[in-house]
Design a protein around this ligand. Structure first.
Ligand code: SAH
Length: 217
């Protein structure tokens, strides 16, 4: 299947899944800016050669090192929940394939992303250079600690499941901003949380829907 048809099918699958889950997410459609970014970024570039044929399926795929590139619907939903603006500087934990960072790079000014597996980080770095995505900054390390040097952030997204919300990430979030994170047991019951820090610094967390992510280690 060529890229254009594949992307189109992926977009339709995301829209269908948004419609199925509208009671949980409270909307019939995601932000058109987010959907445009999902149309723009070539997901096939982020999956291994032997899985290119499945690059536009609405499911996660293995990327090596026991890790996965997330399902397109979940990438779109998490990005939407973050409510990015073009002037934003955002933090991602779990660079993985780099696909989520690439989506964010189309919507924000700067993207900072932390990955614990050095090989994944360097593969992603190479891809960003090839694709000309020059506003993504990568670091290898433990994302539990965030990336304090560039804090505070206008939004934080965690793409691995944690047993609890890491307090360094709450600290590195700007007042009036959002953190999107899966919380729960490894490979089992997890919920996607939307965490909001209000302008007074108070934290409010809300469950959105059930998800399945690789664990934050
Ligand atoms: N956002 C990725 C999804 C990758 S899966 C994508 O779009 O492809 C989650 C990633 O989180 C894996 O690459 C895993 O190695 C990484 N990870 C797990 N624990 C981590 C930690 N403590 N710090 C940073 N990255 C971590």
């Amino acid at each position: 299947m060529n890229r254009k048809n594949g992307q189109q099918r992926m977009i339709e699958d995301i829209e269908r899944e948004v419609a199925y889950t509208r009671q949980l997410i409270g909307r019939n459609h995601l932000d058109p800016r987010v959907m445009d970014a999902m149309r723009e970024v070539p997901r096939d570039a982020f999956v291994p050669d032997h899985l290119k044929h499945a690059a536009f399926d609405n499911g996660p795929l293995p990327i090596g090192h026991g890790q996965t590139i997330s399902q397109p619907f979940i990438v779109a939903l998490m990005t939407d929940l973050l409510r990015t603006r073009p002037e934003h500087r955002v933090l991602e934990i779990g660079t993985g394939s780099g696909y989520q960072s690439a989506i964010l790079s189309r919507l924000c000014k700067e993207v900072y992303s932390v990955e614990v597996v050095p090989e994944l980080s360097s593969t992603a770095q190479r891809l960003f250079r090839e694709l000309g995505y020059d506003n993504i900054h990568l670091k290898t390390g433990n994302g539990y600690e965030g990336w304090p040097e560039h804090a505070p952030y206008d939004g934080i997204i965690v793409t691995a499941a944690a047993s609890h919300i890491p307090s360094p990430l709450i600290e590195q979030l700007k007042p009036g901003s959002r953190l999107v994170i899966p919380v729960g047991e490894p490979y089992s019951y997890q919920k996607l949380y939307l965490v909001e820090k209000d302008t007074g610094g108070n934290i409010k967390a809300r469950e959105i829907l059930g998800v399945s992510f690789v664990p934050l280690v």
